[in-house]
Design a protein around this ligand. Structure first.
Ligand SMILES: O=C(O)CCC(=O)C(=O)O
Ligand SMILES: [Fe+2]
Length: 534
């Protein structure tokens, strides 16, 4: 299985190498542009809502933001939305996913404007088919880039060459509007999916009203009994829900940009802490259950300094000692979902124009599980050991509870907040703090720490800023000249595996062992050896 997966990863990497994902233009926008963009997304999103909902959202909006939005609309300075808000094929262009359901797996792969998926299979077979799909993607141009007939001929040629006997595929067209992923219904006929893809492209230029009409029509076509009104209501229901999340984000960004444009305020963190790209958001909607289950099946590390903090960790990939030195030991293989997520994170970094070398399936992954009130001391992730970009996904095990998000409401109160401390680049725990800033890290979001937020500021999570159980996964590249440990690891992970807790026969040892396997260690048992490693 590992061998198969490695082939998938190699093919994936080759594809990235060949195609390159290019930098997003305008990644470094000045303040005005940023505000303009955020307001434009906000306005377009509001326009896509039914009137009642729109009014309600406007009422909920902080006054400052509402005024900015209205004055912007009044002076007609908006950029050319909605057509500008549509990017065809976005999201489905190259996504590569393994889905799990009831112990069976299904591969899904973006084909640039189209998406293909297999039926549910055993893990090995699904991985093999994922590898085939990745190769197919590498061999094909984007579905919209050629005439449908020529694309279809190419598709037939390559699928005949690559797809094994009996491989069953279903296809659908995908598009994107207002940072929402639009999906047609699956069909076994690739030509029908091409028609969906073209329809998304054509409707995209008419903005949301046309796309909504198309989505309703596609849904109606799939279930013939449904009336057009029912289908339109269904589309409204689904997309309004999604839009609310996007609106929340857009309004936050607009507010942040507004704040940043006030004289005397630093916009440093807004520009350096990049928010999650939409590509990943849909993925994070689906992933957590499987991921959380998989992570709970693994062992937690025994790190003295974590015992007070109601936090547990796992680490995968290259082995690094507590002194932040690379161990001469084989990498610890990450659970499948973590690896898949690592690939997506790397993809997301490339989409954002962020340096991504060293990220991906083989990078260093740390899993942090915070209990309620769990915290992380302020620190700077080791400069000598880890690269210039740290990516982190925030997840929670009770993820469905977050369904009722509202614009600027208080329902996000369960999300965690990270505090940043400007130490002018010093990594010492006692370094003088010049200023602090807080950043919300909502569940199912991804952030990248780059530039000053990585090397100038320290970061940490306060007890009172983690009101609910939180799971985070950090992804780091290793520096080429990371210091090597002089000691040799005896076996995989030995230097940091739970040696003390696994053999405890005293009551204290037994309780500690329970902690290592999922319980919470009482304060009285914590060992006084808080050597922190980041
Ligand atoms: O959980 C987080 O978001 C941050 C984790 C972190 O800073 C670390 O593991 O070094
Ligand atoms: Fe950190």
């Amino acid at each position: 299985m590992t061998e198969t997966f490695r082939r998938v990863l190699d093919a994936f990497r080759a594809r990235l190498g060949v195609r390159g994902l290019g930098k997003r233009s305008g990644a470094r926008l000045d303040r005005e542009d940023r505000l303009g963009r955020a307001l434009a997304v906000l306005e377009a999103g509001l326009q896509a809502l039914p009137r009642e909902k729109r009014r309600r959202q406007l009422e909920l909006m902080p006054q400052k933001l509402r005024l900015a939005l209205l004055s912007r609309m009044a002076t007609k300075q908006m950029s050319s939305l909605p057509s500008g808000a549509f990017r065809s094929g976005f999201g489905g262009r190259s996504s590569c996913i393994l889905e799990r359901r009831k112990g069976r797996f299904r591969a899904r792969q973006g084909l640039g404007g189209l998406e293909a998926r297999t039926q549910y299979l055993g893990l090995d077979e699904a991985l093999q088919q994922l590898a085939v799909l990745v190769q197919l993607r590498a061999a094909l141009p984007d579905a919209g880039a050629l005439e449908d007939e020529s694309w279809h001929r190419l598709f037939q040629r390559h699928s005949a060459r690559l797809c094994p006997e009996g491989m069953q595929l279903a296809f659908r067209g995908v598009g994107c509007c207002l940072a929402l992923r639009l999906e047609g219904p699956y069909t076994s006929d690739v030509r029908a999916a091409l028609v969906q893809c073209r329809a998304f492209q054509a409707a995209g230029h008419g903005g949301w009203p046309q796309l909504r009409g198309l989505l309703a029509e596609l849904r109606q076509r799939k279930r013939r009994r449904r009336s057009s009104e029912e289908a339109a209501n269904h589309v409204d229901g689904v997309y309004c829900k999604l839009l609310q999340g996007r609106l929340l984000r857009a309004s936050r960004q607009a507010l942040a940009a507004l704040k940043a444009s006030e004289p005397g305020r630093s916009s440093l963190l807004q520009s350096e802490l990049k928010p999650a790209p939409e590509v990943l958001a849909a993925y994070l909607e689906r992933l957590p259950k499987a991921l959380v289950r998989e992570i709970h099946g693994q062992r937690w590390l025994d790190k003295g300094h974590l015992r007070f903090s109601n936090t547990r960790q796992q680490e995968y990939g290259p082995q690094v000692s507590d002194a932040m030195e690379l161990l001469d030991a084989p990498p610890v293989p990450a659970p499948l979902c973590c690896r898949a997520l690592a690939l997506r994170v790397r993809d997301a970094a490339l989409h954002q124009g962020i340096e991504a070398s060293g990220l991906g399936g083989d990078c260093f992954i740390r899993v942090n599980l915070y209990g309620e009130g769990g915290y992380m001391h302020k620190h700077m992730d080791s400069k000598k050991c880890f690269g210039p970009v740290i990516a982190c996904c925030s997840l929670l095990s009770d993820w469905p509870a977050n369904r009722q998000i509202g614009l600027c409401g208080s329902s996000r109160a369960k999300d965690a907040t990270m505090t940043f401390y400007d130490t002018g680049g010093s990594a010492y725990g006692l370094a003088k703090v010049l200023r602090t800033a807080t950043v919300a890290i909502p569940r199912r979001s991804l952030y990248f720490m780059t530039g000053p937020s990585r090397f100038q500021w320290q970061h940490g999570i306060k007890k009172e800023h983690c009101p609910k159980e939180r799971l985070s996964l950090t992804f780091r590249s290793l520096c080429a000249d990371a210091p090597k440990a002089k000691v040799k690891a005896k076996a995989a992970g030995v230097l940091k595996r739970p040696a003390r807790i696994s053999c405890g026969t005293s009551p204290a040892g037994r309780k500690a062992a329970a902690w290592g396997a999922g319980g919470v260690l009482p304060r009285s048992l914590a060992a006084p050896t808080p050597r922190r490693s980041h």
